[in-house]
Design a protein around this ligand. Sequence first.
Ligand code: ADP
Length: 670
Amino acid sequence: MIADALRSRRWLLWGALLALVVALLAVLVFLATAYEQQRDQTALEADASGVASDIRSGLLRNVQTLQSLHSVAPSADAWDGPAAEMLASHREIVRLEWRDLQLRTLAQRDTPFMAQPFGQLDRSQARPDVQQACDNARRVSGPAYSPSYFWPLSDGLGMELMEMCLPVVRAGSTSGYLVATYGLPGILAELTTKDFLRGRGLAFTEPDGTRLALHSSVGGARRTLVATSLLDLPGHTLMLRLESPRAVYALFPNVLTAVVGVLSLALLAVLGLLAHDIRRRQQAEHELADALAFRKAMEDSLVTGLRARDMDGRITYVNPAFCQMVGYSTEQLIGSGFPAPWWPPELVDEYQQRQAVRLAGRDLPREGWESVFQRSDGTRFPVLIIEAPLIDAQGVQTGWMSAILDLTEQRRVEELNRASQDRLQATARLATVGEMASLLSHELNQPLAAISSYATGTLNLLDGPAGELRPDELHQAMRRIGEQAERAGRVIKSVADFVRRREQVREPVAPHSLFDAIAPLLGLQAKKLGIRVHTEIAPGLPAVQCDRTMVEQVLLNLARNGMQAMPDGDPPTRSGLRMLTLSARLAKPWTDSDRAPRKAWVEFAVTDHGQGLAEEVRNKLFTPFFTTKAEGMGLGLSLCRTVVEQHGGALVHETAQPRGTTFRFTLPVA
Ligand code: ADP
């Protein structure tokens, strides 16, 4: 609703502006036209009075010339020559007469440019006009004119004539009159400037507008400007009419109006452009507002904290997620500098230093760095900070923008994972141990049986005839009993050691001591299966850095698997292949990586001559719970690989010669 009202108001304003501009233009055009017309009219009037004064001075010149006619021609006979000359050079004069005081004609002469102007009507008809002019002349003792009158000519047309009477003065008194008859068309033609009148109309008229004599007229029905001027002559006044066509007859009658028009059009065009520009600007504003709203929604929905700092390290922006993270409001945070409110008090110095180093350096690590923040309630939480320079539209750095991730949840999940991993390992170890224990309970029977039979033998010796009692035999039997008891004890201890859950300790361990530790346990099973256990330790082998118990378990597992691959009669005893080989030697130097310093490794190998690994078994060998044995758990090999890899080594297997399998693994030299 409001938007509609605003829009219609805007249109109304634009409409009003347009109407005003158009009205202004119309007034301007009208005024300019009126002004120019006025100017033309004034100029024409000035021209008209100029023409009038031209004629007046022409007539005056003629009077002077006529006066001089009498000073050179005093007699009637001598008068004719100069008069003819005068008429030849003055076309406007139709007739010259010399009359006495009673107006009787003494001499006369007609213009050579007309055939008998007084042929149609007798000259005496004009006598009243001559009389009037000369009466006036006598009265003013100077030249005087008669009113104009129409004189018919022999060609059927006629002409307006006018008499001029000039008193002839001899020895101080008037002796007669010189009468010049003027043709009005002649006056217009001869006493005006021709060029000046080109394209214009000039005429003598009566005061009521009746045309008396026409020199020229404005052709066509075009609109004209008209100016009149009075030609005041002694005795008579004539009206002169000057006509001129208007200069321009288009919509814009003259230059000024045209200029005003063009300027107005330009103004309208500028207005149009302005309106267009305003519309585009409004559109851009809309788009900007939309983009801002979109950005705001995006920021508010983020779980990542965002923080912007200026070049002095003062906060200029924080998003809601960051405020929630540190427990301060936006108002509390904006403008705060170092130390930041979320820095743990005892770490302020360290953070301050770190900040200085970081903000001085240009290249900030893309992967960010970890830190600890303190909430407003005092609790701490780990964060990951990713910082980037803030560049404005001109390409100048104005500060830094940081994204802050709360790592609390991630840390909790990691901790959970680690704990469950530990538990899994313990369970796996227990499972193996359970399996082992059942084997042991069975296997311990052997040393115990041996002990019991040695004991029985000894007792028999003691009970026998005294003379046959041989102390060395007795001694040996007792030593065997001791050995067997010790062996049983070691078996039990190794299991106990293994079962006890211990912290991981890495220590330097001599390879042969690892073999020794598992030997009693291996011996039991080997003996039962009729398998020879053979150990090969390269001379001068260095100690390895390892968790002794775990590595022993690896060796035990591999050896046990090897023996289980050689059940009774496969391979047969005669083949001489019923043999398990445990070996240790220095591995070839690790050269495939240039980055790590060359490390020395000890390689352990367990070789059996059993059935070998079938294709489908080989693929799943290290998969937990994969087993082919009825009482197997399928955890042994996967556990072995985990342990070896935790030590940085690798566990591999290959086919042994002439049959069977070799498992190899490496451990770092201490
Ligand atoms: P388990 O011994 O409990 O079955 P392991 O992970 O130790 O579990 O072994 C998985 C499987 O790998 C065994 O069931 C067996 O089929 C095969 N295997 C392991 N070692 C050997 C070996 N030396 N020779 C032949 N097969 C073997």
